[in-house]
Design a protein around this ligand. Structure first.
Ligand code: C2O
Ligand code: CU
Ligand code: CU
Length: 502
């Protein structure tokens, strides 16, 4: 197990029970508690080696249904926690699977349709760090000091008068997404971590409901004010589904909701490094929409069924929040004293192969649309739990063309169960286009294995997906998965489709 800092670590294999509980009924705050047999760890960072087995149960102590989705892992439908099979209030469910995926930063979060945005925002999101030999080799090549490997979930929340505001989206929030005014890191505001001189390896998840992060680092502390504004260069090591073949030097990277990056930053000779989300134009062009409605996902739960979502909040502006694309301070690294020789970054960090050819024929086209009354839709169709948009043969290799409409918003589109590769982008908007590393329009963050990809307004993205499933009895028969926007207000707002692998 790597020495990880950022929170309390629990080994996935030691987990006996995952308790889902509400800790503050007024603000609606919730948390996961890992029972590892003899010890209970609140808000754990789970750690596993590739191949590890989980055999535990989920205990739902919420007054709402829930599910636990392992975002990024390849799991059979019965273990994916996607919301086909909710755990009613007070009930339990067996959780049993093997970790088949590459080393990388994955995460778990609740996913009951109609409750997802509220529950994730309330704290039901946790990290899962998967390691393997390549991952360990990288740590030793970087000669990481203890405390210099971090696993961080960044999310925004509304804080007023020193306390968190409850989740209460207005109609406007349901169109654009719920934005806060402060960043939480692993659940806490104003995060400061102490690291030693040398390389820092940081695995970061954007766990925000809707905010896009344009991650950059700046020299902090007043002594260095002459440097203020200059971004500190760093290296991109990996993306959602693990390490790149080789590190890529960057100065800023987009990390939209549910995306992850793995980076190395040299903090030698510095005293304080501030992580920020830089200001950018997020292109939220879609306006209006009357989205208040009782949610079909809530129909079966009587006291909740009558509530209309997207109507409870006061109109926007009543509580301060920063819109998408506003500059936002994320966290601070305080760097200890001393000197440490800095080993060079290895030229190769994994055996990841190149993606398929950008010109492979398209197997499937999907359009992201906006409807004034229905909100955001995939192929003009609002989500229905019992519907299948299409079926795919097991082991099929497909190229998906995903196109966003011109008057729209950035949509971080997520595929359950399968990592994919980005082949090409066209029509990309300014701030993202400026980061493109190749003539295919791909950004450095497009060069690894992805499970979530942001599609800008008027942009088309081509993805290569390999629908291979493990040879394992748990994966026998039809398996259903989802493709949806990970702006959680859009997801609960029906921007989701099911498909089956046969
Ligand atoms: Cu992270 Cu279907 O979600
Ligand atoms: Cu997922
Ligand atoms: Cu969206």
């Amino acid at each position: 197990m790597p020495a990880l800092s950022g929170g309390s670590v629990a080994a996935l294999g030691a987990l006996r029970r995952l308790i889902v509980e509400r800790t503050d009924p007024i603000l609606g705050r919730c948390r996961y508690v890992a029972d590892v047999g003899g010890e209970q760890i609140a808000r754990p960072i789970l750690v596993a080696r590739r191949g590890d087995r989980l055999d535990a149960s989920i205990e739902n102590r919420l007054p709402q249904p829930t599910t636990v989705h392992f975002h990024g892992l390849t799991l059979p439908e019965a273990q994916d926690g996607a919301g086909f099979d909710e755990i009613p209030p007070g009930a339990s469910k067996a959780l049993r699977f093997d970790v088949k995926n590459r080393a990388g930063l994955y995460w778990l979060h609740s996913h009951p349709h109609g409750f997802t945005a509220e529950q994730v925002h309330s704290g039901l999101a946790g990290l899962l760090v998967v390691t393997d030999d390549e991952d360990a080799a990288l740590d030793s090549a970087l000669s990481l000091s203890p405390g210099n490997r971090l696993a961080l979930a960044v999310a925004d929340a509304r804080i007023a008068g020193g306390s968190l505001r409850p989740y209460a989206p207005s109609q406007e929030d349901c169109v654009h997404g719920w934005f806060g005014n402060r960043a939480l890191v692993n659940g806490a505001p104003g995060a400061e971590m102490t690291v030693a001189q040398g390389w820092v390896r940081l695995q970061l998840l954007n766990a925000s409901n809707a905010r896009g992060v344009l991650l950059a680092f700046r020299e902090g502390g007043s002594e260095n004010s002459h440097d203020a504004g200059a971004n500190i260069p760093f290296y991109l090591l990996g993306t959602d589904g693990g390490l790149l073949a080789a590190p890529i030097p960057v100065e800023q990277v987009f990390v939209y909701s549910a995306e992850r990056v793995d980076i190395a930053i040299d903090v030698s000779g510095r005293r304080e490094v501030a992580a920020v989300s830089l200001a950018f134009d997020p292109r939220h062009q879609a306006r209006g929409g009357k989205l208040a409605h009782p949610h079909p996902g809530r129909e079966r739960y009587p006291p909740l069924a009558a509530e209309r979502i997207c109507a409870v909040g006061s109109e926007r502006g009543a509580v301060g929040f920063l819109p998408d694309g506003a500059e936002l301070a994320l966290f601070t690294l305080r760097v200890g004293p001393g000197q440490k020789p800095l080993p060079p970054l290895p030229a190769r960090i994994s055996t990841l192969a190149d993606a398929a050819a950008a010109t492979d024929p398209v197997s499937r086209r999907m359009r992201l649309d906006f409807d004034e009354r229905a909100g955001f839709l995939i192929d003009q169709t609002p989500y229905r739990a019992d519907e299948l948009a299409f079926s795919v043969g097991r082991g099929a290799r497909e190229v998906w063309e995903v196109r966003n409409s011109p008057i729209s918003m950035p949509h971080p589109m997520h595929l359950h169960g399968f990592g994919f590769r980005v082949l090409r982008r066209q029509g990309t908007f300014g701030p993202a286009r400026a980061l493109a590393a190749e003539s295919s329009g791909r950004l450095p963050t497009d060069l690894g294995v992805k499970d979530t990809v942001v599609v800008w307004p008027n942009e088309t993205v081509w993805l290569a997906v390999d629908f291979a499933l493990p040879e394992d009895t748990a994966f026998r028969g039809r398996q259903r998965y989802m493709f949806h926007c990970h702006n959680l207000e859009h997801e609960d707002g029906m921007m989701m489709r099911n498909f089956a692998v046969l």
